[in-house]
Write a protein that binds this ligand. Structure first.
Ligand SMILES: *Cc1c(COP(=O)(O)O)cnc(C)c1O
Length: 387
């Protein structure tokens, strides 16, 4: 099925909701039945039939079907946040005494789950530089149950060889998971390369308007049932029907938004790579990116994120540069309408620069939906401020 068919038509059930072009928001916690037989059927099929909204809901289920189709998986589960989806996926696949292999520098709250929480329940982990597949292979122990990938990752876009990891893990019966938030389902479909669970912060590209926090995991029907009956229902980080509806609306324009952001990001990267005040640019599709071959193999194109390292390490200058932007708002996240700058300098507790994993002169950017000429002018203005 073509992406545009999935997004605009697949699984819509218009005749059952007054022929409305847009699905209604089933803003109901509870679903009630006329007979015991009907109620029993709903309860026993809670995974798919509306019974209670912590389990399933018609608005959320429509979104589930579309996201599973976009990620080439059998099923999907929606969560109140990306972090909730990641936590449920990992916790569902480990027990006391098990071990997780995770890439170095995953999303910060993924790291916290492994570093601060799972250890309390006897689950250990090893974080490795996943750029080299041998490091992942060598970190696997007899008790390893999960390999957690994030490709590309958030700031420096390190990638992993998905096919190599999936083949190796498949032989050993280890579950593979990937945080695919960088790429969205439009640019990369890890299930095609054998990855078991695909996770997204749907807050980013899928929602696309910076107005809803949500997460999704995409996987096989069996895995989905296992997680649904366990962590999904128990931890209960349910997406609201209204947020599911906002995501359905956001999804309609996902390919268009990605195209605009990607086009602007590529133009800005080209400008920045030739700028005398820039030390380095991180961008997976840049010819200078050391894993360019993996970007070409696994992604259909670039997204809107890129990171620069300024030549100056003077903190006053770095702040002046960031404060000079009109269109790049200072904030985290990406994938919304608004362009964003996230200076690494904000990650430090104090001005103790030895404490961070990124240098203070590193800044992550997201090119939003403004025309690229405006964004280029914004960079010119910021550079003028520190000349
Ligand atoms: C934002 C983000 C998350 C967490 O998602 P939330 O929706 O904020 O909980 C996870 N991974 C990556 C790569 C992210 O950017």
């Amino acid at each position: 099925m073509h992406i545009s068919e999935i997004i605009n038509h697949f699984a819509e059930d218009r005749e059952n909701y007054f022929n409305a072009a847009v699905p209604p928001i089933a803003q109901s916690a509870n679903f009630c039945y006329k007979t015991v037989e009907q109620m029993r059927y709903a309860l026993q099929n809670e995974h798919q039939v509306p019974f209670y909204t912590r389990g399933s809901n018609p608005t959320t289920d429509l979104l589930r079907k579309k996201l599973a189709a976009l990620e080439h998986t059998e099923d999907a589960l929606l969560f109140a946040s990306g972090s909730a989806a990641i936590s449920a996926a990992i916790i569902a696949n480990v027990a006391m005494g098990d071990h997780v292999v995770c890439v170095q520098k995953p999303y910060s709250w993924t790291a916290k789950l492994l570093n601060n929480i799972l250890g309390r329940f006897g689950v250990t982990h090893t974080m490795v530089d996943g750029k080299d597949f041998a490091n992942i292979k060598n970190a696997v122990q007899t008790n390893t149950k999960v390999i957690f990938l994030e490709s590309p990752n958030s700031w420096t876009f390190e990638m992993q060889d998905l096919e190599a990891v999936a083949n190796f893990a498949g032989e050993k019966g280890i579950i593979t998971m990937i945080d695919n938030s960088y790429a969205s389902p439009i640019l990369c479909n890890p299930a095609d390369f054998g990855i078991d669970i695909i996770l997204h912060s749907a807050t980013k590209y899928i929602g696309g308007h910076s107005d809803a926090v949500a997460g999704v995991l995409c996987c096989s029907h069996d895995m989905s049932m296992k997680i649904f009956k366990g962590e999904f229902m128990t931890l209960g980080a349910t997406i609201s029907p209204f947020n599911a509806w906002l995501l359905l609306r956001g999804l309609r324009t996902l390919p268009l938004r990605i195209k605009q952001a990607a086009n602007s990001a590529a133009a800005l990267v080209n400008y920045l790579e030739n700028h005398p005040m820039v030390e380095k640019v991180y961008f997976p599709f840049s010819s200078s990116f050391d894993q360019n071959h993996l970007a070409e193999k696994y992604m259909k194109g670039n997204a809107g994120q890129f990171t620069i390292v300024l030549k100056t390490t003077d903190t006053a200058m770095i702040e002046k540069f960031c404060n000079a932007f009109d269109f790049f708002l200072l904030g985290c996240s990406w994938g919304g309408y608004e362009s964003l700058a996230f200076p690494a300098i904000t990650l430090y507790d104090s001005l103790n620069y030895n404490s961070g994993i990124f240098p203070p002169n590193m800044i992550r950017f997201y090119a939003g939906l403004e025309e690229k000429e405006l964004l280029l002018q914004d960079f010119e203005k910021a550079f003028r401020a520190i000349q």
